[in-house]
Design a binder for this molecule. Structure first.
Ligand code: AMP
Length: 239
C-alpha cells in the first residue's frame, strides 16, 4: 500500500470515526498546489471540492453575466468582488453533496469573504466551523509551477513543462488533446496575483490562526507526503 493510502487511511479513520470532516479551507499562494491536494483529499473523505476559480472559469466559458464581469478581472490577476463570489458560493453550498463537508479551494480569499462564511456557518447549529490549512511554497518555485503549468482541456490532468512534462510535448498522455495554458498563468499576471494574495488573502490566514483553527504545511514535497500532513493537521484542529 502506498504511503498516502496508509497515512490517509489511518487519519481518515480518526477523522471519519468521530465526525465528518466539515468545511476544510485549503489556502496558499497561486501555484501552491491547492487544487492538486483537494483532489487527493476528496478521494479520502468523499466530500466535494469547491474551487471558486473553477466556478468562475465555468461562468466565463458559459458567458453568464457573472462570467462576463469576472473575465476581465481574472485576466488582470485581481480579485472578483466579494458579493459576487459569496453569492456564487451560497448557491453551490445548497447542493446536498456538501452535507458532510467540503474542501474549499481558493475561498475565502478576503476577510470579507471569511466573515460572510463564518457567520453563515455559525447560523447553522449543525454546521462545523471552517478549519484552514495553508500550503507553503517559496516564490521561485511558485513562479516555475505557474508558468510551466499546462492543462488537458478534456480530462483536466495538470502537467508542468519543467517537472512533470507529458510524454509528447504539448499533448495529453491520456487523451492526446493539445494542452492549454491558462491566460492568467503568465509571469506578469502571476506577480499581480501574488500582490492580491499578500494584501488580501494573507490576513485570512491570520484570522483563522487567531481563532485557533489554522495549520501550515510544507508544500515543497511529494504530493502524497503533503496530503498526509494535511490530514493530520485537520485531525488535530477538529479535536
Ligand atoms: P484560482 O483558480 O483559485 O487561482 O483563481 C483564479 C482567479 O479567479 C483569481 O486570480 C481571481 O481573479 C478569481 N478568484 C478565484 N477565487 C476567488 C475568490 N474567492 N475571490 C475573488 N476572486 C477569486
Amino acid at each position: 500500500m502506498s504511503s498516502i493510502a496508509t497515512s490517509v487511511q489511518t487519519a481518515g479513520r480518526a477523522v471519519g470515526s468521530k465526525t465528518t470532516p466539515g468545511p476544510i479551507l485549503l489556502m496558499g499562494p497561486p501555484g501552491a498546489g491547492k487544487g492538486t491536494q483537494a483532489k487527493e483529499l476528496i478521494k479520502l473523505w468523499g466530500v466535494p471540492q469547491i474551487s471558486t476559480g473553477d466556478l468562475l472559469r465555468a461562468n466565463v466559458a458559459q458567458g453568464t453575466p457573472l462570467g462576463r464581469i469576472a473575465k476581465e478581472i481574472i485576466g488582470r490577476g485581481e480579485l472578483v468582488p466579494d458579493t459576487l463570489v459569496n453569492d456564487m458560493v451560497a448557491v453551490r453550498l445548497l447542493k446536498p453533496d456538501t452535507i458532510n463537508g467540503y474542501i474549499l479551494d481558493g475561498f475565502p480569499r478576503t476577510i470579507g469573504q471569511a466573515d460572510w462564511l463564518d457567520d453563515r456557518l455559525a447560523a447553522q447549529p449543525e454546521a462545523l466551523p471552517v478549519v484552514a490549512v495553508s500550503i507553503k511554497v517559496n516564490y521561485n518555485q511558485l513562479l516555475r509551477r505557474i508558468t510551466g503549468r499546462r492543462n488537458c482541456p478534456v480530462c483536466h490532468t495538470i502537467y508542468n513543462v519543467y517537472v512533470n512534462p507529458p510524454k509528447v510535448e504539448g499533448f495529453c498522455d491520456i487523451e492526446g488533446a493539445a494542452l492549454i495554458q491558462r491566460d492568467d498563468d503568465t509571469e506578469v499576471v502571476f506577480k499581480e496575483r501574488m500582490r492580491a494574495y499578500e494584501a488580501l488573502t494573507a490576513p485570512v490566514m491570520e484570522h483563522y490562526r487567531a481563532l485557533g483553527r489554522f495549520a501550515e504545511v510544507d508544500g515543497d514535497r511529494p504530493i502524497d507526503k503533503i496530503a498526509a500532513e494535511i490530514v493530520v493537521a485537520v485531525e488535530r484542529l477538529r479535536r
